[in-house]
Structures are given as C-alpha cells and as structure tokens.
Write a protein that binds this ligand. Structure first.
Ligand code: OFO
Length: 169
C-alpha cells in the first residue's frame, strides 16, 4: 500500500502530465494556424507521449492500492511569436517537469518507497531525452534563422516523428 503523502504527490503529477499534453495540444494548434504541419505533427506526438506519462502514473497508483484523483487543468497559452519562441517555452516547461520528477524522487526516498523510486527512474531518464530533444530543435532553429528553406527543412524533418508507446518495466 502506498503512503497518503506519495498518493497525493503522484496525483499532482498526473495533473502536471495532463497539463503538459494540454500545453502541447495548444502549440500544435498554433503550428497548424501558421501552416507548419511538420511542427504540428511533432507536437501531436508530444501530446500522446504526455498522455502516456499520465497513464503510467495513473496505472501505477492504482496498482499500489492508491486512489487516483483528478484536478482541474489550467488553461494553456495560445499564441507564440515564432517556432523558436515555442521551443524555448517547451524547454522551459520540461525543465519545470524535471524539477517535479526530482522532487517526487526525493519524497519517495524520504518515504522509503523503493518501488516508487524505481518507477520514477524511468521518468528521470525520459526527462533527459525530453530536454535534449528541445535543445536540439532550438539549436537547429537558431542555425537556420527560422526562415525560408531552412525552416521548411526542419518542418519536413519534424513531420517524420511517430509515437511509440513507452515501455517502463
Ligand atoms: Fe511528461 O515529460 Fe514532458 O512534460
């Protein structure tokens, strides 16, 4: 049986993951509005990833005898100045999520909840990948100066991204 404190914290994380999906869904809508379909596709995959993260916490909490509780989802921003502006916001957001995961790991350690620590390790690794993806796209966008051919090429590259459901055990 999971502790009450751990249950509360995982429920907050389910909300944070669904907010991430909501934020990226809004970014997908933005990219569609400026006709960057490859960027929109990348965000679409990101939305699916975030929902799968929420699902992993949801199933885990249930498996440990906890009670899932859902909270209201904050309204995400709607407009950005450019693709670079979007990815800088994405990177900043993922750094916040990394801090939340690290905080959960600290709490699990305090609670001597080794099973949760093991589950969280997957998210620690995932955050390294998430931040890395954002940094790479930011660097590419800075390199091409966000115009013409260069932007078209990045859009094409991002159109190739597909969703692979994560395996955590
Ligand atoms: Fe769930 O990793 Fe992004 O937010």
């Amino acid at each position: 049986m999971i502790s009450k404190r751990m249950e509360e914290e995982i429920n907050k994380q389910i909300n944070a993951e669904i907010y991430s999906a909501y934020l990226y869904l809004s970014m997908e809508a933005y990219f569609k509005s400026v006709n960057l379909s490859g960027f929109a596709n990348w965000m679409n995959v990101q939305v699916q990833e975030e929902m799968s993260h929420a699902r992993i916490f949801f199933d885990y909490l249930d498996e440990r005898g906890g009670r899932v509780e859902l909270f209201a989802i904050e309204t995400p921003p709607k407009e950005w100045k450019s693709p670079l502006d979007v990815f800088e916001a994405t990177y900043k957001h993922e750094q916040k999520i990394t801090a939340l995961i690290n905080n959960l790991m600290n709490i699990a350690a305090e609670e001597k909840d080794y099973a949760t620590m093991k589950k969280l390790q997957w998210f620690v690794d995932e955050q390294v990948e998430e931040e890395g993806n954002d940094v790479k796209i930011i660097e590419d966008l800075k390199l091409v100066g966000e115009k013409g051919n260069g932007l078209f090429m990045i859009d094409r590259e991002l159109s190739q991204r597909t969703f692979t459901p994560p395996v955590t055990d």
